[in-house]
Design a protein around this ligand. Structure first.
Ligand code: AMP
Ligand code: ZN
Length: 139
């Protein structure tokens, strides 16, 4: 636990939150500034800054919890779709530096935009990038 981290305090239960799910590894809460009704955050109880330092046990359980929450939201909120978003570092929009996964139910005409501008790449550029990443995957 990081003493200065608000999500550590929320995840441990020392700051109250609108909790929708809790187990030994995670607390899932409603976001205070929801993009849409039901917008939730999956918080690991252990402190990780983001995806670059999350441990394997937490990472591998994360989507089991996310899928459980997603199905419960679909059944209870009657949403039409869902975005899963996870921001890492300031350049990518991270504002709270304790790992969290956003689960954002989507409704027809909700007016939200969660998007990027599609770019373009030549096949040789894709191959060169893929080769670099593959080397690092084996390090
Ligand atoms: P991110 O920009 O990915 O780091 O997301 C941080 C999210 O945390 C934002 O959607 C905030 O609305 C949300 N947030 C910040 N503080 C709290 C809090 N105390 N309780 C619930 N959600 C929070
Ligand atoms: Zn923390």
């Amino acid at each position: 636990m990081d003493q200065d981290c608000i999500f550590c305090k929320i995840a441990q239960g020392s700051i109250p939150s609108s909790t929708i799910y809790e187990d030994d590894m995670f607390r899932v809460i409603l976001d205070l500034s929801p993009a849409a009704a039901g917008h939730a955050l999956v918080l690991p109880k252990k402190h990780f800054r983001n995806i670059f330092d999350i441990d394997e046990a937490t990472a591998s359980r994360l989507f089991v919890v996310a899928a459980k929450v997603a199905r419960a939201m679909k059944a209870s909120l009657n949403c039409d779709g869902m975005n899963i978003v996870q921001n890492n570092e300031e350049i990518a929009g991270q504002t709270v530096f304790h790992f969290h996964l956003h689960i954002i139910p989507r409704y027809k005409d909700d007016g939200q935009v969660i998007a990027w501008k599609p770019g373009s790449a030549k096949p040789e550029e894709l191959q060169s990038i893929a080769a670099k990443i593959k080397v690092a995957m084996n390090e």
